[in-house]
Design a binder for this molecule. Structure first.
Ligand SMILES: Cc1cc2nc3c(=O)[nH]c(=O)nc-3n(C[C@H](O)[C@H](O)[C@H](O)COP(=O)(O)O)c2cc1C
Length: 173
């Protein structure tokens, strides 16, 4: 039997994402983060709004220093301050949540932001960029944080292949 894939494309949507430019694993210094490239494809395909989560004090530009900061932050389960906050998602049915996998998990600034929102009745579609971990533990983490939302099928794209991933994003949408 054929099952129709749920049509999320025409629902009121927002993309909440984190992405870091500067020096990164496998790609060197980049002007635009990998996750942002995917977020922009999703916007093009769905006409969703976009909200970029930004740490008030950005992570180091240098990759190794950034990893140390992220490890400390995760170990201490910190909620880093944000440059700006999204207050509510009342106008949206579907929320695309995008992030690089950081040591298997969401970047902590995403946790700061997502915990502030009321998730009741929302559909959450996770997407990640990564260098081998796929979605990591992010869907499970989102089940916890986005209490009351339905977390559905996620999309994982390798950071090194985002520029060729538009077709993959389209198939997932
Ligand atoms: C602090 C840090 C931790 C990372 N941890 C992982 C990881 O656990 N698994 C993985 O596959 N990639 C890991 N990566 C690679 C990133 O997920 C990958 O490069 C991603 O595409 C970066 O997205 P961005 O450019 O949008 O920030 C890590 C990168 C950084 C900077």
């Amino acid at each position: 039997m054929l099952f129709e894939k749920e049509n999320y494309k025409d629902k009121k949507s927002i993309i909440i994402y984190f992405s870091r430019a500067d020096e990164n694993y496998a790609v060197g210094y980049i002007d635009k983060g990998n996750t942002e490239v995917i977020a922009e494809y999703i916007k093009e395909l769905t006409d969703a709004e976009m909200f970029k989560v930004e740490r008030k004090i950005p992570y180091s530009k240098e990759y190794r220093a950034c990893v140390r900061e992220v490890e400390d932050e995760q170990e201490n389960d910190e909620r880093p301050e944000l440059a700006h906050t999204l207050d509510n998602i009342d106008n949206y049915e579907v929320v695309y949540i995008g992030a690089p996998v950081y040591c298997g998990l969401l970047p902590q600034p995403m946790v700061t932001q997502l915990e502030k929102l009321n998730w009741s009745g929302k559909v959450v579609r996770p997407f990640t960029t990564h260098e081998g971990s796929g979605l990591g533990n992010i869907p499970r983490q989102l089940e916890d944080i986005c209490n009351g939302a339905k977390v559905v099928d996620g999309l994982a794209v390798r950071g090194t292949s985002v520029k060729n991933a538009k077709g993959k994003v389209e198939a997932w949408i």
